[in-house]
Every structure is written in C-alpha cells, then in structure tokens.
Write a protein that binds this ligand. Structure first.
Ligand code: ATP
Ligand code: MN
Ligand code: MN
Length: 292
C-alpha cells in the first residue's frame, strides 16, 4: 500500500477524503499539521491530550480518546495519571511534530490539551473562559464578551489571550504561574463569570443549564477542572468545511466574522505569512493567580 511520507511519518491512504468529497484529504491534513506545527506546538506540547479521532473522516463517526493505547506511534508518549476514582491510567502527550503526525496517521483530526502540563497535572498553568453563544446571539456580542473578560482579568493583574474556537465561539485564555490547585483556579474563574453576569444579566449566563441559555452567551468557566480540555490553537475541527481553532491578536477580533472564520486553507496561508506568534509572550508571562 502506497503511503505518503510527511515529516518522516508514513501517512497511509493519503488520498482519502476526510471532510467530504470537496474537502481536504488525509495527506493534506498531515501536510497542514506539519506546516502549522511551529505555531501549534508551544501550546500543545507536554500536556495530557484528548484526541478526536475520525477513522472514516469527519462525516463518519468520531470519538474522543483520552487514554493511551500501545499502537499510537513511537513519538506519542504515555503519562500515568490518577483518575477521578483514584485508579491510575495512561494518558497521551506529544512533544514534537512527529508525535502530531503519528496521531494524524491514526486519523486524529482534533487536539485538546489540559490546562496543566503532563508532569504537574495538579497545578494548572492556564485558565480558560469558553464563550458559548446561544442560537441567534449577534457575533458582536460574543466579541464584546471576550473583551469584557479580558478587562476583568486585566483588573486582577492577568494578561489574557483570545482564539476563535473553529465553531460558534471564542475562548479567552490566561496563563498563570503553576502553584494553586484546580479548585482555587476554578473558583477564581467562577468569580469572573459571576461578575460579568451581575453586570449584564440580559447578555450573559454562568450556569451550565441549557434550558436557561436562550438568547444569552454562556460563559463556560467549568472547563477549569482537572481532566477538562479545550481545543488547542491551530487544531482542525471535525466539522463541515474543515474549520480551525485560531489564536488571534486582540486587535484581530474586531474584524473576525465568526468563530469558524478560519478553515484549513486560510489557516495555512496565515501560518506561512505570520512573523510572530499571535500569542507571543504567553509562555514567559509570570503572573500569579490573585489570592482570595
Ligand atoms: P464552540 O465554539 O462551537 O463551542 P468549543 O470547542 O468551544 O466550540 P464546547 O462544546 O464549548 O466546544 O467545548 C469546549 C471544550 O470542551 C472543547 O474544546 C473540548 O476540549 C471539550 N469538550 C467538549 N465536548 C467534549 C466531550 N464530549 N468530551 C470531552 N471533551 C469535550
Ligand atoms: Mn465553546
Ligand atoms: Mn462550552
């Protein structure tokens, strides 16, 4: 069987379409990840990962995989972590483009890291606010919500970063110096979400209840928990049109049309033209979670 070698990894069935007949092939997906790896890996590497694997492409059944299996690839590493119930299990992490491409060979389309590193899983170093607009919410309101979170974080001494999710919304991410446990980080995030709701109860909701979300933006702070993930920047989404989750500079959201504005082709162009990481500085910021 003829394979295509991308970044030293053999991709089998490279011609197989993975986003429907008019969309990119498995080989093109591999070439995409090789091309964006330089920008994607800083956020992805050395974190426990969940994968979205789609053996028959994004139009077929896909599944979330969080546990390591022996056959994923030589650069796809296991890390033993404690599970909720107290048992241990092997999770997945990668450190390099070969690991990413080996996962693509295993039909991975999406990459979802934890907000903590593999060697310090109990000490989060990222907090995330996942903005989920209900149907019919104006895009401008989602942009305003992201800016409002940025301001609240800034008032607490925290710089933050924004990305489009590749789906409906935006994610606001703030790095923190590892130290405080998940519970502390989560409760800080809940406080920020509650403050926004208190300011604009007709725009925002901070409760997970779907029933009450009509017409509102759900500020999902619940992702700040051990084992929860969010999609990484530059990851494809297994959705029609091959959209991509895209890290942006804050100024860029003024012109952004939707959470799914970037697709594989646009993301590839951006990766080639970029001079600096839109999230430049995130890895070196030394900001502590406000105590309280
Ligand atoms: P959208 O903008 O369309 O909401 P999203 O990536 O933010 O896209 P969400 O459903 O809001 O999607 O989920 C937020 C994050 O939670 C995802 O990026 C993913 O990492 C994680 N997640 C969502 N659904 C699942 C699931 N079924 N199993 C595991 N993790 C999930
Ligand atoms: Mn979301
Ligand atoms: Mn969500």
């Amino acid at each position: 069987m003829a394979g295509l070698v991308v970044g030293g990894v053999t991709i089998t069935h490279p011609e197989r379409k993975v986003f429907g007949e008019d969309g990119p092939s498995k080989g093109e997906v591999a070439a995409y990840y090789e091309a964006v790896a330089r920008w994607m890996l800083p956020e992805l590497r050395h974190r426990p990962l969940s994968l979205v694997r789609c053996p028959q492409g994004s139009t077929g059944p896909c599944f979330f995989q969080k546990h390591h299996a022996g056959t994923l690839g030589a650069h796809v590493h296991p890390v033993t972590l404690e599970e909720k119930g107290g048992d241990e299990a092997e999770y997945i992490y990668v450190d390099d483009v070969r690991g990413v491409l080996e996962l693509v060979q295993m039909n991975t389309l999406e990459f979802h890291p934890w907000g903590a590193r593999a060697d310090t899983p109990d000490k989060p170093d990222r907090m995330i606010f996942d903005l989920d607009p209900a149907k019919g919410v104006a895009w401008k309101a989602v942009v305003a919500a992201a800016r409002a979170i940025r301001e609240h974080l800034s008032a607490a001494g925290l710089e933050s970063f924004v990305r489009s999710s590749g789906g409906k919304g935006l994610h606001v991410v703030a790095p923190i110096r590892p130290g405080p446990p998940w519970a502390k980080v989560k409760s800080f995030c809940e406080g920020v979400a509650d403050a926004l709701v208190a300011e604009k109860p007709k725009l925002y909701i901070a409760e997970a209840s779907k029933a009450k979300r009509d017409g509102l933006i759900f500020i999902d702070w619940l992702r700040n928990t051990r084992g929860a993930t969010s999609v990484t920047g530059w990851s494809l989404r297994a959705r029609p049109g091959a959209p991509v989750a895209m890290p942006l500079r804050w100024e860029e959201i003024a012109r952004l049309k939707s959470g799914g504005a970037f697709d594989l082709t646009k993301a590839l162009k951006r990766a080639k033209a970029l001079e600096a990481d839109p999230w430049e500085g995130i890895a070196t910021l030394k900001q502590a979670l406000p105590s309280g």
